[in-house]
Write a new protein. Sequence first.
Length: 210
Amino acid sequence: MSINYRLDGVQPLVSAEFQPILDDLIVEANRLGASADEIDRLSAVVAAFEDTVTALEWARENADERCLDINRFALWGSSAGATAALHVAHALDEYFIDRPDPLVVVDYWGRLLIDGQVDLSGPPIFIIHGTNDRTVDHDETAVVMAAEAEALGLGYSFYSIEGGPHGFGTVNPDRVTINGQTPLTVTMDFIEDHLLGDNPLYETQTIIPN
């Protein structure tokens, strides 16, 4: 399933259920000295979380008709999509928001917006992030998230692409190999191992493009 979500241009409003998340993000943004424009855009960020949950609820309600196993799935996103996936997988329990729980979450160039949101009861995390990401800083986001998972004893794999930007961009994915495999293959293997109950590989590597 490919999940879509409202964007900033439509000035989305969040429901009362998700408003506490927005309130907390605004407090954090003010603490960090964010601009008024950046704070205004947070409603779209939280709307993406809500729309992801809505899509998962639709999948649960239509599981029989669509032949879906809602107890065995992964969430996978890149950039803003990864940020939404990470928050739905790891940052909503404290707000008592019900949703189907993924068995694994895949993060390409995303982030959790508040430090300390990695949840031990959440799913293992697969991370790919470029060390030269100018949009979502590698050290301030991916490194921190991996350290939180490590401290909690939560399973994760973390692949830093040396010199990589936000997205593959100037780094052709064909030049990136992880243990001799493409990033796509390694990602799919990580997901499959969790969905089928095999022995997933948890590791941290810095990947130098060929």
